[in-house]
Design a binder for this molecule. Sequence first.
Ligand code: SAH
Length: 394
Amino acid sequence: MTRIHLLPGREKSLLRRHPWIFDGAVKEKNAPVKPGETVLVCDAKDIPLALGAWSPASQLRIRIWSFDPSETVDAAFFRRRIAQAVALREKLGVLDPDGGCRLIYSESDQLPGVIVDRYADFAAVQFLSAGAELHRQTIADALLELPFINGVYERSDATVRRKENLPERCGCLAGKNIPGKIIIKENDLSFEVDLLNGQKTGFYFDLRSARAEVRRLAHGKRVLNMFSYTGGFACAALSGGAVSVTSADSSAPALEQSKRNLQLNGFTGDHQHICADVFNLLRQLEAGKEKFDLVILDPPKLIPHKGAMMRGCRAYQDLARLGYKLLAPGGILCNFSCSGAMESALFQKITADAAVEAGVNARLVRHLEQSPDHPTLLSVPETFYLKGLITVID
Ligand code: SAH
């Protein structure tokens, strides 16, 4: 195994169990190591500290697999890590056979670059780093050994793979072939998920707790559901007794899927789907007279990298201001940010500024966050990304 040395003093984050080593911290940054190969990370005095995967194309040069340098990164290693991730989901009670959940959440489950979502008896997998890529078949085979998994499907079509010089790839990796669409249960609701063409792996499990909260709040409300994707919040609101739901998304296939999900759950009532850019639509709605009692704003990541911070913050504030403007007295805003670069306190400040701009007095009644099957590893604060605020206006 190649020994890679950190420059003097650059082992500090690693000693705090943070698994990322950037090229600037590495002495042999151009070492002739193959993409994804395991290296032994040593400090400047040649003391072994950890095992990591080498990513020659990325500034994030090494991702740590293990802080125990005597471990071996082999099939047994991946089986152990997967078993640990499964045990946590078991504790959380999210392994309902007909349901779905995030089974492996990358750094949080000490498998950097590996994302696994379970949809009933299928695992949909994303390999996002050179190390994950090198071991993809081993990981897929280990997943297939789980008693509740019968097929493993790869959705490595995420653009972040470009940073690692990895091509996009999708297809069956192990076990039985995927039927294309699959129906899963969440909070007693059914959702049809398109595993082949849906966004990411098909469904946003990180919003499970938020959808349950929306269900509790929706009774008797006129709901505006922006960035609605396949109707997760729409179904939650209707099951909670919303009197009407207006959903909008820029993706026509997502809206078609949303309609099917409403049918699947027997919601025939007042629901409108609008295919539009939400930023424009909110301005149009603001010009009209219609008001809502619950406005949900769940945009995609508006700060994809640090350089987009200012623009992203303005967009979040813009959305919240328009959301507040559309609320009837006593109305509720439920706004989200899934941008990791957006700190909780800043998101709250932006939302507060938006309320001032909209001329409303708003009270924060609840913080929402990613569901527990997307745990935050305390040593890796970057694993926390989803923030939601429920505010009520006078
Ligand atoms: N709330 C959803 C998840 C939303 S994901 C759920 O419960 O599952 C973000 C969504 O925003 C995606 O469906 C994407 O198609 C949509 N989107 C992105 N940019 C948009 C825009 N400018 N206007 C409308 N929709 C947009």
